[in-house]
Design a protein. Structure first.
Length: 815
């Protein structure tokens, strides 16, 4: 017997191994096994197929089977196959993306003791496991191989996988990929205080009456909603007179105890709340969706901002969980989703699990296992795009929230998938319903509706009857002419900002560029500092006093004089979030301003802290990049200001107009979500532009129709399919030569469908030169045959020895 296996490596196909005799009944499709590779190295591999066809090359037996039950269901393996074939990558590249790294140890894997191993009970370890843990403790880190020689065995993998899954040991890769979690200190009533009321009362009476803060702290902890789950220490020490020494004393008395908790697991109460009662419009939407699922599993839910799409989802999710099937909730960026998770957890409690790369390896492995196991059913998994790789076997519903969001596309490395499209396929394989939700649907989703592949359900009004915000355009040409500008603020925007704040409301200011100024220039000779490694100019960060490349991370200090002509008149031009923040501080002294962009939210908690502070009214003005557009729900935002809307329109991308509309509509949607109508002001040099006109009238439908016409006449997605081939090498000549050779070959097959090669907008990134070839393929073309032919041409190119070092990256649906 033989097995064809997937090795989690960038290899083109499957490898075949012999099944050792006696193992015939132990090995199953979807199990992991340990295989030797090129003689000595060991690898974890996934069994894709079992058969009796002797290959015509020599084969080796595998070493051992790791899983007694298949880790991956047949549906999951089929999904992997689809990803590999649709996105033109190897099955091993899919396995790399799909399997948590603790589940695919190999000889080279470096292992470390898990940070929490110190607190654990060694009794649960076997002799050999203990030996490994001790060695890791003493030596700091060991390779997989070293563990083998320590134990005197060839194949330490089964034992190591056990240790990894039990959370004792980590692979270095995981350790690096997952920055330490920042846990929150919590305080709770002690077990005894909860269980024994009489004792508690006596203890409370005995508290020192000269220290009333002790009693006050106890009262907070005794409150009905705090008692079962505890209270963050931070929020208690904010109370007057409450210090951490005070807690030590309460702890000594046995009244309270302190523990650490992941902020994402925080619960307001352990009781699960009943679902919200739906408004009439929402009810109708849920009804139509249930009906639609009978005919087509794919539904586009188009609901204006604040219409309560989340409430609609929760009702659908509830149905599915009750029927014992799993649900998957995809969100664009998990770090920006705390608000949503807290909301969903109120309804689904422990049945909700978050799957995310920033979680500890142990939790990720455990979650992966739980999803795979037959026992656990009716779970709601929430995650960013990679959560589509969880090994579901009984999926009933997939929700793709904010389906238009660009972060559903994986850019690098392979598989370069679009999670929204992949989710539609995953749903089909599980016969699960798939909901694409957005206030500003992508043209792809609309096209799916037009061509009958998806149903279209609308939620046209905001929940509670609040009107959509009033959107006004501010003509910057006029404002400049009339000298009605203060810094980058028109008088109109500044006045609106003042009166919003005076009315006790908050404001959001949006600018889609971080840093202080995107261009730094010498006034005398025009010199602009460029990145040494990329063909882009550096962005000035005033706070850090240096210049950054936003593509490769390169930095250099701020020059005091122009290095070319020596002039001292170097200036920062253009507008980034940092500069807006500074201008607000100058124009409105005393107002509290906070910036939210990549620079202020690098740590996970950075982002959460800002949102919480804004929610609690500690911040009056929030200045941010597109981060502020994403699904946030704030109560008191009266005004949203967009400082410069024009450069988005001119971004060199065929979706620039679509993206501009989406971004503006989404950021506008943060205004006036409850109660009074909110106001939005967009500053532009081109107020007549039709995209802005559609934003003003909130007419997503008209926008889409106009844009679809353009796409049809210029031959762009979703009307045609797009494939981008990216060629990369250090040597610009070689890159250019290889690209023309490949384009020539492709052109002789596909003719006018081949465009380029072209130099991309930024020709060099991180010292690698790039050339792009674009392929436009009609939807009527058989894509399987087309891709085969294309891959054949790429293969032929790579057989030319000179071109071998040039990387060719295939990006299917590169948008
Ligand atoms: P969307 O995601 O469509 O922009 P949300 O789901 O965030 O809208 O809902 C907007 C606000 O309205 C939220 O604060 C939500 O709690 C509230 N809301 C929506 N539907 C209901 C409902 N049926 N009952 C109570 N509150 C609701
Ligand atoms: Zn100069
Ligand atoms: Zn750079």
């Amino acid at each position: 017997m033989y097995v064809d296996v997937i090795l989690p490596l960038a290899l083109p196909g499957l490898l075949t191994y012999e099944v050792p005799s006696g193992d015939e009944s132990a090995v199953q499709e979807g199990c992991r096994i340990i295989v030797p590779l090129r003689g000595k190295r060991l690898h974890t591999a996934v069994v894709r197929r079992i058969h009796n066809n002797k290959p015509d090359h020599a084969t080796e037996p595998y070493l051992s089977v790791l899983d007694t039950q298949p880790l991956l269901s047949p549906a999951t393996l089929k999904f992997w196959d689809w990803i590999a074939s649709h996105y033109c990558c190897g099955p091993g590249e899919v396995a790399l993306a799909a399997l948590p790294s603790g589940m695919r140890l190999a000889s080279e894997t470096k292992l470390e003791l898990s940070p929490d191993a110190e607190e654990r009970d060694e009794e649960e370890l076997g002799d050999k496991e203990f030996q490994v843990v001790e060695a890791l403790r003493l030596r700091g880190g060991l390779s997989f191989k070293e563990v083998g020689s320590l134990l005197g065995v060839v194949n330490p993998a089964p034992l190591l996988h056990r240790l990894v899954e039990a959370g004792w040991v980590l692979s270095m890769e995981e350790l690096k990929a997952s920055p330490r979690r920042k846990l929150v200190s919590m305080v709770r009533l002690s077990e005894q205080a909860c269980a024994d009321e009489r004792w508690l009362n006596e203890a409370l009476d005995a508290l020192d009456s000269r220290a009333p803060s002790q009693s006050r702290a106890m009262m907070t902890l005794l409150a009905e909603d705090a008692a079962p789950v505890g209270v963050p220490l931070e929020s208690l020490t904010k109370m007057e007179g409450v210090t951490s020494t005070l807690f030590k004393r309460l702890m000594e008395k046995g009244l309270v105890f302190q523990f650490k908790q992941d902020p994402w697991q925080l619960q307001s109460s352990q009781e699960v709340e009943p679902l919200a009662t739906l408004s009439e419009a929402q009810q109708k939407a849920v009804g139509s969706m249930r009906e639609a699922f009978e005919a087509t599993p794919l539904v586009l839910l188009e609901g204006v901002t604040g219409s309560g799409k989340t409430e609609v989802y929760t009702h659908l999710i509830h149905d599915v969980l009750e029927s014992g099937r799993d649900a998957l909730f995809l969100v664009p960026e998990i770090a920006l989703t705390t608000q949503l998770i807290v909301r969903l957890r109120r309804f689904f409690g422990d049945r909700l699990e978050v799957y995310h790369s920033r979680f500890s390896p142990r939790e990720r492995t455990a979650t992966y296992r739980r999803v795979s196991s037959k026992e656990s059913r009716g779970r709601l998994m929430v995650g960013a795009r990679s959560a589509i790789f969880l090994p579901f076997s009984n999926l009933g519903l997939i929700v793709v929230d904010e389906e238009h969001d660009a972060s559903y596309k994986q850019q690098d490395p392979a598989p370069r998938y679009q999670a929204r499209d992949a989710a539609a396929m995953l749903g089909r394989m599980h016969s699960a319903a798939v909901v694409l939700g957005s206030a500003t649907p992508s043209l792809e989703a609309r096209f799916a509706v037009q061509s009958g592949r998806a149903a279209h359900i609308e939620l046209a009004e905001r929940f509670g009857g609040t009107s959509l915000p009033e959107v006004g355009l501010v003509d910057l040409r006029k404002a400049h002419k009339q000298r009605a500008m203060e810094g980058h603020f028109s008088r109109t925007l500044l006045d609106a900002l003042k009166s919003t704040l005076e009315a006790g409301k908050q404001a959001i200011l949006f600018q889609n560029r971080r840093g202080f100024a995107p261009v730094y220039q010498c006034r005398t000779c025009g010199w602009v500092p460029d990145c040494e490694r990329c063909d882009v100019s550096l962005t000035y960060h005033k706070y850090l006093k240096d210049l950054h490349c936003h593509y490769c991370g390169y930095r250099q200090g701020e020059p005091s004089t122009c290095p070319r002509c020596g002039s001292e008149e170097v200036e920062a031009k253009g507008l980034g979030t940092e500069r807006i923040e500074e201008e607000v501080v100058q124009l409105l002294p005393g107002v509290t301003v906070q910036r939210m962009d990549l620079d202020t939210t690098r740590s996970r908690t950075g982002h959460e802290r800002i949102i919480r502070a804004f929610e609690q009214g500690e911040i009056q003005v929030l200045v941010g990049t597109q981060m502020v557009t994403k699904g946030l729900d704030f109560e008191r935002v009266g005004l949203v200001g967009i400082l410069q809307a024009d450069h988005m329109l001119h971004f060199p991308d065929f979706r620039a107009l679509e993206r501009t509309f989406q971004l503006l509509t989404q950021v506008a949607g943060r205004a006036g979500r409850r109660g009074e109508r909110g106001q939005v002001l967009i500053q532009t040099f081109d107020p007549e532009h039709w995209v802005f006109q559609h934003v003003v009238t909130h007419d997503a439908q008209a926008m889409a129709e106009a844009e679809l016409k353009e796409r049809a006449s210029f031959g762009y997605p979703p009307i045609v399919r797009l494939v981008r081939l990216i060629m990369r090498h250090r040597d610009p000549h070689l890159t250019r030569e290889a690209a023309s050779a490949l384009a020539g070959r492709l052109r002789s097959r596909f003719g006018g469908r081949v465009i380029g090669p072209e130099e991309p907008g930024i020709a060099r990134v991180n010292d690698l030169y790039q050339r792009h070839i674009l392929l436009k393929v009609e939807r009527t073309v058989d894509t399987v045959k087309f891709k085969e032919a294309m891959m054949e041409d790429i293969g032929t190119l790579r057989q030319v020895p000179r071109f071998k070092p040039v990387r060719v990256i295939v990006d299917i649906d590169p948008y």
